[in-house]
Ligand binder design. Sequence first.
Ligand code: GLA
Length: 378
Amino acid sequence: MPRPAIDLFRETFGTTPRAAASAPGRVNLIGEHTDYNGGPVLPIAIAQRTSAAVGPGRDGDAGVLEAISTRYPQVVRVKWQEELPKGWAAYVAGVLRELWALEVLPPDGPVRVAVASDLPVGAGLASSAALSLAVAKALAPSLNPRQIAGVAFRAEHDHVGVRCGVMDQTISALGKRDHAVLLECASLEAKQIPFSARLLLVDTGVRHDLSAGGLNQRRAECEAAVKRLKVELPELVWLASWPAEWLPRLKRALREPLRSRAVHVVSETARTRFGAQLLQQGKLKRFGELLYESHESCRRLYECSSPELDTIVSVAKRAGALGARLTGAGWGGAAIVLLSKRDNKTIPAIQRAYERVYGKTPLVSEVKASAGAHTERL
Ligand code: GLA
């Protein structure tokens, strides 16, 4: 098995790392933009992973982080408590700060980190969560998966400043082969649901930067919607808790664009819980229909799709795929397509149509629900 993070550590620092771990990216089957609204999500961990090798820094380098990755082969050197580096190493520094707050790391420990990944960045596959998880797991192998997910979430949310929800870090920690996880993000209750259907990932190649992108804006809109809806229902804490049967009342209470954003969150919440039930009953066809409905809601109401994603989804539908939708935050990135066992039409149909419209071939791969974060042998 290739061990590029460990090799990179040795080549860069001239010593053997003390520990190593890896963590997967994810695709979300359904439940988009519900996590930070206290609703459910239904993601799987995928086979593509990020690995981190870690070890102590030089004596006398108190409080210094030295970090390198195969993707950015320039050593970043910062005092991790005083300064948050720019770019990818900010996630690493965020993890160090969180582990320090938990008293797992000493405050002035010099740390070296080498990272390697086969996850594309900005493709909507949660590469940043995989990075934070892998580093946290390597540095603190004794923390349990929930704790590791919490460290990685706070690194990204509190330190880097991406107003993400808990989905990406949680599935990267809890993922299990041939299973999706139904995660209720308000209570953090998680349930493993068997999932081994044929699933395609179609990468548009259009990249987004979440810390600068629309996620923060959507989150602010959802908060504004909750504030207004509290007039109707003072107990309301999470937008996703608004009762689905009260949609007419919600529509009367909110103006656009808050109305559309809130209708998406409330209806996506119902779809996701229903979708998990359908998967458990093996009703893949009906589950696929929910994926199309979810995409339509993301496109029309949450306005987080892109023309490339819409092309993939509508071509998949015409070709007879069971379901398709954007996955992750949207605004580019990737779509998923659910296929029946014998479907041999959808892949060529998507490739042909995409080439015709955009003049390039999208990256199409089959994904399987895979294991979550774990330590690696040295
Ligand atoms: C990004 C965030 C997640 C989630 C999705 C949208 O991937 O990191 O927490 O909010 O967007 O569902």
